[in-house]
Design a protein around this ligand. Sequence first.
Ligand code: SAM
Length: 206
Amino acid sequence: MPKGWIKRRRRDYYYRKAKEEKYRSRASYKLKEAAERYNFIKPGDVVVDLGAAPGGWLQVSREIVGKEGFVLGIDLNEIKPLNYPNVHTITQDIRDPKAVRRILMLLPRLADVVLSDASPNISGIWEYDHSRQMELAQTTLKIAASTLREGGNLFVKVFQGDMLNDFINEVKRLFSEVRLVKPKASRPESAEIYVLALGYKGRKHK
Ligand SMILES: C[S@@+](CC[C@H](N)C(=O)[O-])C[C@H]1O[C@@H](n2cnc3c(N)ncnc32)[C@H](O)[C@@H]1O
């Protein structure tokens, strides 16, 4: 069987599954798989989702946190409302220095979990894409350090490449446990991978 065909079928599997199960994105399964395996989002949690459009991760987060939790989604693009009173969305560039203040104003308390699937438009030029992705990951880390409670968790998209090691070392300074996660729904040929960081050490380590 040609390799390209197998890859396409795999891609279609998650695409079709998302359509059938009414998730807004095939990316939903990346978070679903990781959250089921590592249990880093819990019922009642406050979750911040950076780069959240069209809203697949918001749906998965809401399923886990339930009625008692709270989910805030942020994206450059407007996110179609999810029709749950405890899921809020804002249109905001996460690189804007005002983003942290805006997020903190909207949260009922400090966050238990910060998620980020934020990603630039891919140019196809490897080094350029890697460095832009890592800038967004750095921005996410800064936001997490200002919005997470002590003991909180972070799950953030990165691209493999030169800048990844330094980023991981910085995450290790701020969190007790750090691992790399490549969910099945993430295309094997893609440089995309996720950093899962558990147990934020608190603002004194910022
Ligand atoms: C792969 S999509 C996220 C998919 C989402 N996790 C889901 O399941 O529906 C990446 C998102 O990152 C957003 N993004 C990229 N740069 C951003 C920035 N600087 N600020 C906010 N959002 C950004 C894009 O607009 C895009 O919607």
